[in-house]
Design a protein around this ligand. Structure first.
Ligand SMILES: *[C@@H]1O[C@H](CO)[C@@H](O)[C@H](O)[C@H]1NC(C)=O
Length: 454
């Protein structure tokens, strides 16, 4: 079998892409910074259109050790930078053209802390420096920007604490409405809703097939129906989640529903692939011990994967431990994907052995072909949704970010349709309507097959 090299290839491609992934977080975000010595603190990312706004509310600014009155406050501030600009800024810093990223004219300075100074008053009464500010900064140059705080003073000896509340949005020039999703993600609510309708149609079609072919329906077919329904609800929750974020900047609880359905769908999909792979209910009514073990590995791992997914989504790309959780998620996902392939491989092996021992070559060849095909399709599905989609994220412009989500949903829909079509209930089981000629041809084919076995 080709399983080990393929799995290794999958894993390798994964590791290569691990560092390139950059999702688009776009919400009202609260960041708590406590005694942070970093000179550069990235906070959030957003894809702006021509009419973008950055809103910053910062409170509780404090320095550690406490700042003296003559502290040079212009060395602190928030700025926006694109990735391209940042590369040039790093060069400027290296060449000592500037000593602080805030001085570079390539970044968009949103707020410099020297504005915290109170206006000088003629009475000469000392007024305390403010420890909070609010600012709305206009962005008119479209691009994918990162919001960054810079502390350029004495190499990290001065730590800073503050509470940052940031919102980035685009304003529709016609209606004046705010859109809190990055410009490349604005189409996502409609896309998810369309796919949700597609799944509703699939559910209806599947139910009508189940009703018409009631005599040939196995338990696995009801399980397939459940997976379809869960996927549909998952997409509906995701569409609502994204559309609330788009309009208001927060998910209004739809994210919780989305996580619940994601979790159920993840578990049920992997279970379904395992069950089909073992031939459960249509080839045999029970699960062997090792097949149960696969399920016992996959289900808990899916739990971990979903926890990681929640942390990743809720915390944003620059939170502490974000990278760790991302790696946990990818690792667990790879293990699950590899694990679900084993039952299919075992079934293929069993069918080969059965073909040698009993006389029904044609029946076995048919089943063998079916399982081989399924094996290849599962691998293609995994490879496409895990590797190709991430590659698409990295190569497409921020404006077409939705294309990768669209590609993933198209691939998933195709996979569901293939699975449903190939394993649909059939009254006239083709396994029993075979004449001698076909039987002989199949026996030949199986013999040929053996010669090619690795
Ligand atoms: C900042 O404060 C203003 C005024 O209190 C408020 O309207 C706005 O929603 C706040 N923005 C953020 C991002 O918290």
């Amino acid at each position: 079998m080709a399983a080990p090299p393929l799995a290794a290839a999958l894993l390798g491609a994964f590791l290569a892409l691990l560092l390139l992934v950059s999702p688009a977080a776009a919400e009202i975000r609260e960041t708590v910074i406590r005694a942070d010595p970093r000179t550069i603190i990235p906070l959030d990312e957003f894809g702006f259109s021509h009419q973008g706004i950055l809103e910053l509310n910062v409170t509780g600014i404090a320095f550690d050790p406490p700042a003296s009155p003559d502290l040079d406050l212009s060395q602190f501030g928030f700025f926006l930078s694109t990735l391209d600009a940042w590369v040039h800024v790093l060069r400027q810093l290296q060449d000592l053209d500037v000593t602080c990223a805030l001085q570079s004219d390539l970044v968009k300075l949103a707020y410099s802390f020297d504005r915290l100074k109170p206006p000088s008053n003629p009475a000469g009464v000392p007024v305390a420096r403010s420890s909070s500010f609010s600012v709305a900064f206009r962005v008119s140059e479209p691009g994918q920007y990162t919001l960054v705080f810079a502390n350029c003073l004495n190499g990290g000896d001065l730590k800073i604490s503050m509470d940052v509340s940031s919102a980035m949005y685009n304003v529709d020039p016609a209606t004046g409405q705010r859109a809190y999703l990055s410009v490349g993600a604005a189409a996502l609510p409609s896309i998810y809703f369309l796919f949700c309708l597609a799944y509703a149609a699939l559910v209806a079609a599947w139910v009508s097939i189940l009703l018409r072919k009631r005599a040939a329906v196995f338990r696995i077919h009801y399980f397939m129906l459940a997976v379809l329904v869960l996927k549909g609800f998952n997409l509906l929750a995701e569409a609502e989640d994204k559309s609330y974020i788009e309009r208001t900047g927060t998910a209004h609880g739809w994210d919780v529903l989305f996580y619940i359905f994601s979790f159920l769908r993840g578990i049920s999909l992997f279970t379904l692939i395992v069950l089909i792979g073992t031939g459960w209910s249509f080839l045999k009514p029970y699960l062997a011990d090792r097949e149960k073990k696969v399920l016992m590995v996959v289900i808990p791992l899916q739990v971990v994967a979903n926890i990681a997914q929640v942390v990743i989504d809720e915390s944003g790309p620059y939170a502490r431990d974000w990278v760790t959780w991302r790696q946990v998620f990818l690792l667990v996902d790879v293990v699950c994907c590899c694990a679900v392939l084993f039952p299919i491989v075992w079934s293929i092996k069993n069918l080969r052995e059965a073909a040698r021992s009993d006389g029904k070559a044609a029946v076995n060849l048919m089943k063998l072909t079916l399982f081989r095909q399924y094996y290849v399709v599962v691998i293609c599905y995994i490879y496409f949704t895990r590797v190709v989609v991430y590659a698409l994220v990295t190569i497409t412009s921020y404006r077409y970010l939705w294309t990768s989500d669209m590609a993933r949903e198209v691939a998933t829909l195709a996979f569901y349709m293939f699975t449903g079509y190939r394993f649909r209930p059939e009254v006239h089981n083709p396994y029993f309507a075979i004449d001698d000629e076909e039987e002989e041809a199949a026996a030949e084919a199986l013999k040929l097959d053996d010669e090619f076995e690795l």
